[in-house]
Design a binder for this molecule. Structure first.
Ligand code: AMP
Ligand code: ZN
Length: 479
């Protein structure tokens, strides 16, 4: 088999991938911050890492893959305080939902799915190590990393440090490139908020130290692959490098892989912009788990994925077409015998499929190889040129595809039921209608008439008619 090329953000080029230890890939994925349901932009990144691990496994490599759950951060703490419950009670629901969503999307479980709050002692140890090397300082009970002491700061994201002032710091975990400053390793406790009593004082970890500590605990000082969405390259991954490499003196990660964003109406889908769908939103509209997975996987990970009503419809019909094709191969009755050309055609499709994936996971090329095969085989069947003995070769190609894309098995209804959605009655509730109407009103106020029309259309498809009444109000009724 040919070599595997992966694009490394560190060098900004495609490189041949070889694991450091023969046969085993040690990989870390930044998991979700469980302060809410994850949105489908998040799942774009998680499906990408699933395609990656499935592909590496198909090459006979064993995965040692760690994904973390960020179950403590500013938003979690604040939301828990607002609700008057512990952070553990607050996050439990979203951790469960995340696991269910990942299962619905047929994402394999990483070998280690670990919680930040179970690793506070490891984070404290790492901070102590940095402290001993003179890389930290304290201010108002918090501990900061002095980035000027790490000469390689910026090597991943190529951030420009020329304008920064020594000692200037940021309090928040998520900030812009222009804010490259000393960041918090450990945050002083605030009144009424959750904190841990530790050897470095009371407080809670910053976001960045969590991933360094958990990655190195399970995978050692140097990992093969680290993945995440492109927004994490700075500051999160830059800070992970600074913490880890300064502590160990070894390179932290050999290949950094970043997924581009899923966008909607030309903007990044994000909670803060309020333009997001959760997976459950899409299921409630009647979309199937396999459709969503296919859509998220079909665009190569380094290209932006533009989420539209049209793209999800197309994904649904592509999956349908592939499933019908497999059914035709399995159930169809063809003349006895076999046709060597057809066997060769199937083998060629497998080779093209694998070559596409080996070229930095080019899922578009890989899919084209399969759809070309489907077209050619359907044509051969229609012309009576397909023989019974050919079916197993073509099925082998479809199986190769299925192991990576995981959309051929017709298990959507069971998956939906497992997260409490009965797909036989996709009825819309009055609350959902009101929410959509409010969204539409907001879109109109922002003069986003395209979105407003889409919402009207969506409601119409679900049997709800809107009537604009005087003074800007809206009435709805069932068709
Ligand atoms: P978070 O829970 O915010 O830490 O995000 C979890 C993962 O989703 C990270 O790898 C993010 O980079 C990724 N992510 C966030 N928004 C998007 C988006 N719109 N498209 C793709 N990935 C995203
Ligand atoms: Zn992380």
């Amino acid at each position: 088999m040919g070599e595997i090329l992966l694009h490394n953000t560190l060098t900004n080029r495609k490189e041949v991938f070889t694991p450091m230890r023969a046969g085993e890939v040690r990989m870390y994925t930044c998991g979700p911050t469980v302060y809410d349901y994850a949105h489908i932009g998040n799942y774009r990144t998680f499906v990408f890492q699933d395609i990656l691990r499935r592909f590496l496994r198909s090459r006979g490599l064993r995965m040692n893959h760690v994904m973390n759950l960020t179950d403590v951060d500013d938003r979690i703490i604040q939301n828990a305080v607002k609700k008057g419950i512990s952070i553990f009670d607050y996050t439990a629901k979203y951790i469960e939902a995340f696991k269910e969503d990942m299962n619905a999307l047929s994402c394999e479980s990483p070998e280690h799915l670990v919680r930040a709050t179970d690793h506070i002692a490891d984070m404290v140890k790492l901070i102590q190590k940095l402290d001993a090397k003179g890389l930290t300082y304290r201010s108002d009970g918090s501990i900061y990393y002095r980035i000027a002491k790490f000469p390689n700061y910026g090597k991943l994201s190529k951030v420009d440090l020329s304008g920064i002032q020594a000692g200037a710091r940021v309090e928040v975990d998520r900030y812009e490139k222009t804010d490259a400053r000393d960041f918090a390793l450990w945050k002083a406790p605030k009144a009424g908020e959750h904190f841990w009593e530790t050897e470095i004082g009371p407080g809670r970890p910053g976001w960045h130290i969590e991933c360094s500590a958990m990655a190195m605990k399970y995978l050692g000082d140097t990992l093969d692959i680290h993945t995440g969405g492109i927004d994490l390259a700075f500051p999160h991954h830059e800070n992970e490098i600074a913490q880890s490499e300064a502590a160990t003196g070894h390179p932290f990660v050999r290949y950094w892989l970043h997924a581009e964003h899923l966008i909607i109406d030309g903007e990044k889908m994000s909670k803060s912009l309020g333009n997001f769908y959760t997976l459950r939103d899409l299921f409630a509209k009647g979309h199937k788990p396999s459709t969503v997975r296919y859509l998220l996987a079909s665009v190569p990970y380094r290209r932006q994925l533009n989420f539209t009503a049209d793209s999800i419809q197309q994904a649904a019909s592509s999956v349908e077409r592939l499933r019908n094709f497999v059914a035709r191969l399995k159930e169809g009755k063809f003349p006895a015998g076999s046709n060597l050309a057809m066997q060769k055609r199937a083998e060629q499709a497998i080779a093209n499929f694998e070559a596409g994936l080996a070229d930095d996971l080019n899922t578009a090329v890989a899919l084209a190889a399969i759809f070309d095969l489907v077209r050619d085989v359907n044509t051969a069947m229609d012309r009576d040129e397909f023989r019974q003995g050919d079916a197993r070769h073509v099925l082998a190609a479809m199986q190769t595809f299925g192991q990576i894309f995981a959309v051929l098995e017709d298990n959507d209804d069971a998956k939906l039921r497992s997260i409490g959605i009965d797909s036989s009655t996709p009825e819309i509730s009055p609350e959902q209608i009101e929410t959509l109407i409010a969204d539409r009103q907001r879109a109109r106020e922002q003069r986003n008439f395209k979105r407003a029309d889409e919402i009207r259309q969506e409601l119409a498809e679900r049997g709800i008619l809107l009537e604009d009444i005087r003074d800007g109000g809206v009435r709805w009724k069932k068709k």
